[in-house]
Design a protein around this ligand. Structure first.
Ligand code: HEC
Length: 443
């Protein structure tokens, strides 16, 4: 049994994680990270420069090489700052910039491993001077509940009708060499025309008609990341999906990218990160992830409210959002009771829009259950233990001693989602072998 690590959590959730009796010296993150080398990976703002643009003649003097599989860094090594500065402002690849946004983020990465886990320690500076530990909320307007807040990119936030409220995130993608060109082109392989906030977004009806993604398949309403190998045409059009049995065969062969996200509001309060993968879509692993909507979309009422007996209040108010002394996460097994419509709700009462659970998370979707995080003095520190082999090869990549893996990192900072993030060129991490970053073997 792996030890559990107490997460950095909000009020009223301190008793959440019990330490396992089976803690052994090996299976725990380094107590002193100062002995583990730190690599600084510069992540930059990518705009709408997705896979199709990179492989089109608009990517002058480069697209033929990109098509041939050359790596981004073969031409752009050390250009992250320049690229970020060019792309974060209005231009051909950014029609709707976010004013004042930073062009890059320096992600400090440390990696260690033992016989059971890989341990990652990430640190980065946030643009906001508080933790981005809030997400959509539910606000009572005197008569009914409404969704309150959203990402900076949304129309209602740009117009000033709603405040910017969206969690910080850290994403890692891993491939073991199964996905052609991931080592060279990384995250960009998964980013396509038609995706949310990219050009050429299809209508809901068009998506519904697609046999894999639509009404008869995954029942999606928008397009998210996918790999070119899940499509039939040369330019990996969102709609040119392979047949269900072909996709299942690719998945069985490990031709997917592992993708997991630490989410400041939706997973960190329960000491977890989510666990997903990218193949024909960005999907969660099998099982139950740690978060769901705290909203009954039929009645448009919250599903749970705070347990006043435990946290001193049934709800917070708009003014409390971002106040570190107020509860910010509603956790089913810890500080929540079912919503009572007759509890005397007042205008301006606020509840988190998402319901978290650690004990209710299960299966492969719950593999990242040892993640601690802290925001202090403008800096996030996330320490993340990932089992080398999760035991779920159907949707995870296993890490073996003696091998190197391709990683892609991204950070969503300052109330944004989708492409408004920072992304790094792919790099290799060697476990017991060479790599751009060499993981430190723990005794
Ligand atoms: C063969 C060299 C080469 C390769 C490989 C290459 N690029 Fe480029 N890239 C260029 C050149 C040259 C330009 C400038 C062309 C232009 O501005 O029209 C450029 C421009 C860009 C721009 C636009 C920057 C701006 O200021 O608007 C982005 C974004 C970009 N590349 C990303 C990538 C990514 C991501 C990859 C890997 C998938 C990649 N490139 C691979 C040579 C390359």
């Amino acid at each position: 049994m792996r030890p559990m690590i107490a997460p950095a959590i909000g009020l009223g959730v301190g008793a959440l994680v019990a330490f396992s009796a089976a803690v052994t010296a090996q299976a725990a993150p380094p107590t002193d990270w100062s002995n583990i080398p730190t690599a600084t990976v510069k992540l930059f703002y990518p705009g709408q420069g997705g896979d199709e643009w990179l492989r089109s003649s608009a990517h002058k003097r480069a697209y033929k090489k990109v098509l041939a599989g050359d790596s981004c860094v073969s031409c752009h090594e050390g250009e992250e700052q320049e690229l970020g500065e060019a792309l974060v402002v209005e231009g051909r690849l950014e029609p709707t910039p976010i004013e004042g946004k930073n062009p890059t983020v320096d992600l400090q990465v440390q990696v260690a491993y033992d016989t059971e886990n890989a341990y990652f320690r990430f640190r980065w500076k946030t643009q906001m001077d508080r933790a981005g530990q809030m997400h959509n909320y539910l606000r009572f307007d005197g008569e009914k509940w409404e969704i309150y807040g959203g990402p900076r990119s949304s129309g209602k936030v740009r117009s000033g009708a709603q405040p910017p409220l969206y969690e910080d995130r850290l994403t890692m993608m891993i491939d073991d060499g199964s996905v052609p060109m991931f080592a060279e082109q990384g995250c960009w392989l998964t980013c396509h025309t038609g995706m949310r906030d990219m050009t050429g977004e299809p209508t809901k009806e068009e998506i519904a008609a697609n046999p894999i993604l639509g009404a008869g398949g995954l029942k999606k309403k928008d397009i998210r990341k996918y790999l070119p190998l899940s499509r039939t045409d040369d330019i990996s059009t969102w709609d040119a999906t392979k047949l269900a049995e072909e996709i299942a065969a690719l998945k069985a062969e490990g031709q997917f990218v592992d993708l997991m996200q630490w989410r400041a509001a939706r997973s960190a309060p329960v000491g977890m990160a989510d666990d997903g993968y990218v193949l024909e879509y960005r999907l969660f692993d099998a099982g139950k992830k740690p978060f769901s909507w705290n909203l009954d979309k039929k009645t448009m009422t919250p599903r749970f409210m705070f347990d006043a007996g435990k946290v001193g209040m049934k709800a917070i108010t708009v003014a409390d959002i971002g106040d570190p002394t107020k509860p910010y996460a509603i956790i089913k097994e810890e500080n929540a009771v079912p919503y009572d419509p007759d509890a005397g709700w007042k205008e301006g009462d606020v509840l988190p829009g998402r319901l978290l659970t650690r004990t209710g998370a299960s299966g492969s979707a719950a593999d990242n259950s040892e993640v601690t995080s802290e925001w202090k003095d403008g800096l996030w520190t996330v320490v993340w233990a990932r089992p080398l082999d999760t035991g779920h090869p159907e949707d995870d990549k296993a890490i073996e001693d003696g091998k190197a893996y391709s990683f892609g990192f991204a950070v969503h900072d300052d109330n944004v989602t989708t492409r408004f993030h920072f992304v790094g060129f792919p790099l290799s991490i060697g476990f017991g072998t060479e790599g751009d970053i060499q993981a430190t073997r723990l005794p």
